[in-house]
Design a protein around this ligand. Structure first.
Ligand code: UDP
Length: 362
């Protein structure tokens, strides 16, 4: 039978593409339509080489959380009932992840969670609630790190349902870097900073957003910033356009181009989850602008530094940019997210789960 792989946002497409490749013709790719614009979604299917989704839900984007998740559960129920897959694979912690996890569980379909066991212990984060929902429901938890395994065990998940697989971002990053090598022209600046900011905790609060943009604008190196549509909308709403003037603002770019830039940057600044993992493959220093992180491994390994919006960004940025020995030190540190074999392990464990359920029907 088929294995349904449900995606909805940019990071899910990037991180589940290696799983779709590994499944081959067995994969039934479903797009919830949570991110529906080409900038954040369409282009990523092409780039990852996984083709267009077989099923795309309509009318899901741009609602509040409760209605969006409710609408997706309903629409997914029809799609999954029609397809009757052997299992449903979800990734991460988005509204799509929560909806697909609930839908699969209520329909009695085996549920596999990729990137299981992340916890920020901060329930004010929308993603933390999504993580708790899918953590309670999954039949198979594919954890990227030992810390993630520990979080699940502490919540009472039986060890037999957990696999330590590593994170597919490692192979996704390696693939994009291979594709981009020699294709994208080198950036104009020898030393530059690459920054992305898009989380509501940073964009929806004018004081925080102004503090971040102001600090970025005063770093002692040019700052290239692919501007997320949410961030652009907030900058306009708050009348902060002038704070973008010192920055080199560009539209959101594809994964290959983003990693091509990141691999040449002297410093990364971001509030993204995925970038906290990618920096460990790129061996680049990263300033994480957030209240909390569910990825302490990147901090512990010495790649990432967690700071709140404000002067700490500039102070730390200047220190990291001045540290001549830092690139050399980071080059020798392995990624805490594995060796690029996560997709293979996830697909093997999924097929094993399907096989074991077939032998002993519930
Ligand atoms: N990314 C990209 N183009 C950009 C900015 C980011 O391809 O202009 C990639 C980035 O490399 C990472 C992913 O998008 O793999 C992160 O997605 P996002 O920040 O939307 O979500 P999060 O990781 O915070 O869940």
């Amino acid at each position: 039978g088929r294995i349904a792989v449900v995606v909805g946002t940019r990071p899910e497409i990037i991180k589940l593409a290696p799983v779709v490749h590994e499944l081959g013709a067995q994969a039934l790719l479903v797009h919830s339509g949570q991110h529906w614009d080409r900038e954040l979604s369409g282009a990523f299917f092409d780039e990852a080489g996984i083709g267009a989704p077989e099923v795309t839900l309509r009318g899901i984007g741009g609602q509040d959380r409760a209605r969006q998740i409710g609408g997706m559960v309903t629409a997914l129920a029809e799609a999954l009932e029609a397809a009757r897959p052997d299992a449903v694979v979800v990734q991460g912690d988005t509204n799509t992840t929560s909806a697909a996890a609930q839908c699969a569980s209520y329909l009695g379909l085996p549920l596999v969670h990729v990137e299981a066991g992340l916890r920020s212990f901060d329930r004010a984060m929308p993603e933390e609630l999504n993580r708790l929902v899918v953590g309670a429901l999954a039949d198979l938890h594919c954890a990227a790190t030992p810390t993630n395994v520990d979080n699940l065990v502490r919540e009472g998940v039986p060890a037999s349902r957990i696999r330590l697989t590593g994170n597919t971002i490692v192979e996704a990053t390696e693939r994009s870097l291979r594709a981009v090598t020699g294709r994208v022209g080198l950036p104009r600046h020898r030393t530059f900073v690459l920054a992305t900011i898009h989380r509501p905790e940073n964009t929806d609060d004018p004081v925080r957003l102004a503090a971040i943009l102001d600090e970025l604008g005063r770093l002692p190196a040019p700052v290239v910033m692919p501007l997320h549509p949410r961030t652009r909308a907030c900058v306009e709403r708050f009348g902060m356009g002038h704070l973008l003037d010192p920055l080199e603002v560009v539209a959101p770019i594809g994964h290959e181009e983003f990693l091509g830039l990141a691999s040449h940057a002297a410093l990364l600044v971001s509030d993204s989850g995925g970038v906290q993992e990618e920096c460990t493959v790129l061996k680049k220093p990263l300033i994480v602008v957030r209240n909390s992180t569910e990825r302490p491994e990147s901090v512990e390994a010495g790649f990432a530094h967690l700071v709140r919006p404000g002067p700490a960004i500039g102070a730390l940025g200047r220190r990291l940019l001045a540290d001549r020995d830092l690139p050399h030190r980071l080059r020798g540190v392995p990624s805490p997210y594995g060796d690029g074999s996560a997709a293979r392990a996830i697909v093997a464990a999924t097929r094993e789960l399907v096989g074991s359920l077939r032998r002993q029907p519930a």
